[in-house]
Design a binder for this molecule. Structure first.
Ligand SMILES: [Zn+2]
Length: 130
């Protein structure tokens, strides 16, 4: 079993932001489609860590990433992998088809790993395998 421990006060307010971030694509649906590959990925946390790293803290990005992971795990359970369940490419270029679950699951794992890595690096979490 894998355990992630952190102090309650370190659990950030950015978690809800990450939880709802992927569905921001609905505001831009004509351009990027719903379940966009751009928002249903770890792209946003990676951009925060690189482009805006002077404006955000590592714990903020960590919990934002955890929120995205939570959203993506929920997205892994559609009734069927058809229509809106499929990950959309931008500009109407189609969708990932049968690779959609792999994309969403893989990004969920990376987002979870990123959260753990950032918190451990900041000394805000203790993780270990049992
Ligand atoms: Zn979604």
């Amino acid at each position: 079993m894998y355990i992630l421990r952190c102090r309650a006060r370190d659990r950030g307010r950015s978690h809800p932001g990450g939880l709802f971030w992927p569905d921001v694509d609905q505001l831009l649906a004509p351009l990027i489609g719903h379940r966009s590959i751009l928002t249903h990925s770890v792209l946003a946390p990676l951009l925060l860590l690189t482009v805006w790293r002077h404006r955000v803290t590592a714990p903020t990005v960590a919990w934002f990433s955890f929120g995205i992971a939570t959203h993506l795990v929920a997205d892994l359970l559609p009734r069927a992998w058809v229509g809106f369940a499929l990950v959309q490419l931008p500009l109407g270029l189609g969708n990932l088809g049968s690779l959609s679950p792999l994309w969403i699951g893989g990004n969920a794992l990376v987002a979870l790993w990123l959260c753990e890595w950032l918190l451990r690096h900041e000394g805000l979490a203790i993780t270990r395998l049992h």
